[in-house]
Design a protein around this ligand. Structure first.
Ligand code: MG
Ligand code: MG
Ligand code: MG
Length: 306
């Protein structure tokens, strides 16, 4: 029986590539593992897979009775619905510890660093397993994506060192250029519906008795949103109502100017104003230097709801 390895719902590049890179490592260590995914592949991830000839993990949303490793999350909200009927053999992650529990002992690699693929790179080094060139290239891209080309406050020296070593294996000299090429692909909004954009990189968080939805779009120029902001607001209101949320927040992150424009639909805007010590204008605010949802947004919102 194969063991399945997958990342969070609404998978990003770290989740998809993490499943691939960890599955290869585990197979080298003699475990029969298969990389899977819980949802559609993003344009950015497709770019990475095409660039390095990676195979798209198979779509699998039910895991009852299976053995699994999970990557890039440990929250029930981001897990398959029947996760509690699976046996979690291990977690490879770089987020706050979530609310998943297990009935059996497990392997846990959770580190406060920029990317799950950096954690997995450390596991390769720990076990002395060589990383193939194509997998190294994909892992490098996952690190460039999660750390916003090393600009995010979540990025550590461990991530930059891992990226450098992976670039060497992949024989890529200008890896920052590769990162920019990737973010240009990620910046495309043409043809996408408002809902596609809001949920492209979207997570819901339980704060006290309220649930908050926070999406993020990382682009090289915020101009791409000029003509669609009203549509985004309209659909954010709809999503808020459909999902019974207290607030829906969309971060429009400019990776060149290094800051984020927040679009806010909320039952109580003052909570957001207090969290960041600002006054909203037309339910919007520019936060200079804010690139990371997990480090610069969520920890400030949370206390407002307790
Ligand atoms: Mg992720
Ligand atoms: Mg990640
Ligand atoms: Mg991210």
């Amino acid at each position: 029986m194969s063991t399945y390895i997958f990342g969070h719902t609404n998978p990003d590049s770290d989740s998809i590539i993490g499943a691939i890179s960890l599955a290869y490592l585990k197979n080298q260590l003699g475990e029969d593992c298969v990389a899977t995914r819980q949802g559609n592949i993003s344009a950015e991830t497709q770019f990475i897979l095409n660039k390095f000839g990676g195979q798209t993990p198979e779509l699998k949303t039910s895991y009852a009775g299976e053995n699994v490793y999970i990557v890039d999350f440990s929250d029930k909200a981001q897990a398959p619905k029947d996760i509690m009927e699976a046996t979690i053999l291990g977690i490879y992650d770089h987020h706050k510890l979530g609310d998943l529990t297990t009935n059996t002992p497990l392997e846990c690699w959770i580190r406060p660093i920029g990317c799950s693929n950096t954690v997995i790179k450390e596991a390769y080094d720990y076990y002395g397993v060589e990383i193939p060139k194509d997998i190294a290239g994909m892992m490098l891209c996952a690190i460039l994506s999660d750390t916003v080309i090393f600009k995010s406050p979540t990025c550590t020296k461990i991530d930059t060192k891992a990226a450098k070593e992976l670039a060497k294996i992949a024989e890529i000299e200008d890896y920052k250029d590769l990162g920019m090429e990737m973010f240009i692909v990620k910046s495309a909004v043409a043809g996408a519906t408002s809902r596609d954009l809001i949920t492209r990189d979207y997570k819901e968080f339980d704060m006290g008795s309220s649930r908050i939805g926070v999406g993020q779009l990382e682009v090289v120029d915020l101009n791409v949103f000029d003509n669609i902001k009203n549509d985004l607001f309209k659909d954010m209101r709809k999503l808020k109502q459909e999902s019974g949320l207290h607030s829906t927040i969309l971060l429009l992150t400019d990776i060149i100017k290094e800051g984020s424009q927040l679009l806010i639909v909320s039952d109580d805007e003052s909570k957001i104003e207090n969290a960041f010590d600002v006054k909203l204008e037309n339910s919007q605010i520019w936060l200079d230097g804010v690139l990371s949802r997990k480090k610069q947004i969520i920890p400030f919102l949370q206390p407002q709801f307790q």
